[in-house]
Design a protein around this ligand. Structure first.
Ligand SMILES: [Zn+2]
Length: 259
């Protein structure tokens, strides 16, 4: 049975990848990066709930293996990856998670781990810009017949090959968040869409409304995920109100049960 390795966060994009591959007779190995983010307990709870729903779904054929948690402090050093990351960072801003995960897959000899970067609707994605600036991607089709994307190894810079050469980009690469949502709802996974987690800095278990993932969620047309009070905090943050003030307001909203 073919094994598909998927980075999973409990968010909509990586859950989209989990869902579409759950419909094939394959083995899915999900991986999760745990590095102390405020949102982790909500992401882990979302993944547990989603796994349960997926296991009950009539179209699920894949065997979904237990989540493997990657902790950055347990990944051995790898100078080759670290130097490549530094090289990329000189040209483009990029989160440390890509360096940690690239070191992890080299150390564990994992091939074709799926990232699920979504197609941005307006502001540029750092990852997409980095891939384009360093050689671009190629479109491929795998044994399930689904499209995925890989680094163009003939044209990529050496740094990009080291950092992303062992990875696949899911078909989410060419889908916006609202397209992902529509496809999943049309396929009968609306309950799972609603269980996905997106906020990086939740306030007492509720989406803050103003962190970057909340912002992109609002702006991609998923206002249904927020209460009126949270959308007000989003608007305040956009209007330049200092973050501490917006956050304090969010706490008060939650404590007073404002919706
Ligand atoms: Zn948030």
């Amino acid at each position: 049975m073919e094994r598909f390795n998927i980075m999973w966060t409990g968010g909509l994009d990586s859950t989209y990848t989990m869902i579409v591959y759950s419909r094939y007779d394959i083995e899915i190995q999900p991986y999760y990066l745990r590095n102390g983010r405020k949102s982790e307990k909500y992401e882990l709870a979302a993944m547990d709930a989603i796994r349960e729903l997926l296991l009950k779904h009539p179209e699920t054929k894949a065997k979904i293996l237990p989540l493997i948690v990657i902790r950055p402090d347990e990944i051995p050093d790898d100078e080759v990856v670290t130097n490549a990351f530094r090289g990329i960072k000189k040209k483009a801003d990029m989160g440390s998670q890509y360096e940690w995960i690239a070191r992890y897959v080299r150390n564990h000899d994992i091939k074709g781990l799926f990232y699920s970067p979504v197609k941005p609707i307006c502001d540029a994605s750092k990852l997409r810009k980095c891939l384009e600036d360093n050689g671009g991607v190629l479109t491929k089709t795998n044994c399930t017949g689904r499209t995925y994307y890989v680094i163009d190894m003939d044209n990529a810079t050496e740094d990009l090959k080291v950092l992303f050469g062992d990875f696949n980009m899911s078909e989410t690469f060419d889908l916006t968040k609202s397209e992902e949502e529509k496809i999943l709802r049309d396929m009968g996974y609306g309950d799972i869409v609603e269980k996905t987690w997106f906020c990086h800095t939740p306030v007492l278990g509720h989406p803050c409304g103003y962190c970057h993932p909340c912002e992109t969620t609002v702006e991609s047309g998923q206002e249904w995920r927020f209460t009126k009070a949270q959308l007000k905090r989003y608007a305040q943050h956009k209007a330049g109100v200092p973050e501490w003030k917006v956050r304090l307001g969010s706490y008060i909203d939650v404590l007073l049960h404002r919706n």
